[in-house]
Design a protein around this ligand. Structure first.
Ligand SMILES: Nc1ncnc2c1ncn2[C@@H]1O[C@H](COP(=O)(O)OP(=O)(O)OP(=O)(O)O)[C@@H](O)[C@H]1O
Ligand SMILES: [Mg+2]
Length: 282
């Protein structure tokens, strides 16, 4: 399986050599396979946003290498083309919307790809549908008149319209209502079905554990855990140390196993857990 993101011994320092020097990432190494969904967790200031900005070449490694879609992000010329392959939805993207209509906002990226306006239009309509908006009713609206949650959907649609090989979203669920949060999970699930790679940073492990393939946990610029969800669920040290809250149904299965019941604890979704409990009761 080809590695779509390959990070080796990465350090990143903000304002190096100045009195404000900030060592934001320290000796980070991991790789992600194509089609996987990576969830990145960690407290405020642990380096999540810094790390994801290295994936599309917005930031460049201080030490080590970041190779994304076979592109060395330290190569200035190649890095400039990475935005076509890696779409990054910033933290609070709704604050960065600047076009006068929803159509123009979503069309901004595709237009820069140099494709025909007919194809741009098709992509805009499809992307708006993917974020749960009705294109005919939304394209003429001024983004500034929409609620924050709706503006975020428009910002995400703008990134989806680029048909990126990797979709990176920095805390896309923060402050959204349950419908908005489900929509984000649906987008990622849909990409998984099409074997497309996604990355998301989050504070809430509970919400993505059922669909994540790999989990990264950051602390003070260090990668303190990287691995499959099943490995994380077995790692009680990490779960306790970072107070990672698991969904109730996973906690229930673990509690049953601790009491000696022969229960499969390698289960993530609520449906699977319900079936496992029914099996126990049979
Ligand atoms: N532009 C910047 N200039 C200087 N230091 C920065 C800059 N951006 C981030 N930092 C510092 O780098 C470290 C990592 O910050 P980063 O924003 O990557 O963390 P985060 O995990 O995304 O935090 P949050 O959960 O609050 O979004 C912090 O100490 C932060 O203060
Ligand atoms: Mg952040």
């Amino acid at each position: 399986m080809p590695k779509i993101i390959d990070v080796k011994e990465l350090d990143f320092i903000y304002m190096p050599g100045s009195p404000y020097e900030q060592n934001a990432l320290k000796n980070i190494s991991f790789s992600l396979d194509e089609g996987e969904f990576l969830g990145i967790f960690g407290p405020n200031g642990s380096g999540k946003s810094t790390l994801v900005q290295l994936f599309n070449g917005l930031l460049s490694p201080g030490r080590g290498t970041v190779t994304v879609c076979d592109t060395d992000t330290a190569d200035k010329k190649l890095r400039q083309q990475l935005w076509k392959k890696v779409s990054l939805v910033f933290q609070y993207p709704e604050q960065q919307i600047f076009q006068i209509s929803v159509y123009d906002e979503v069309a901004y990226g595709p237009r820069n790809l140099g494709i025909s306006e007919t194809e741009v239009r098709q992509r805009v309509y499809l992307a708006l549908e993917q974020v749960g908006l009705i294109p005919e009713e939304t394209i003429g609206v001024t983004p500034i008149s929409l609620s924050g949650g709706m503006r975020r959907r428009v910002a995400i649609a703008g990134m989806l319209a680029l048909n990126p090989e990797i979709l990176v979203m920095d805390e896309p669920m923060a402050g959204l209502d349950p419908i908005g949060r489900k929509l984000i999970l649906d987008i990622i699930n849909n990409r998984k079905e099409h074997k497309l790679t996604s990355v998301m940073t989050s504070h809430n492990l509970k919400e993505i554990i059922a669909i994540a393939d790999k989990i990264a946990i950051m602390d003070s610029g260090c990668l303190v855990f990287f691995g499959a969800v099943s490995e994380l669920l077995e790692n009680n040290n990490i779960l306790a140390k970072y107070r990672l809250e698991l969904p109730d149904h996973i906690q229930l299965l673990s509690a049953l196993a601790e009491r000696g019941l022969k229960v499969n604890t390698n289960i993530r979704s609520l449906n699977e857990a319900a079936l496992e409990i029914l099996r126990l009761l049979a």
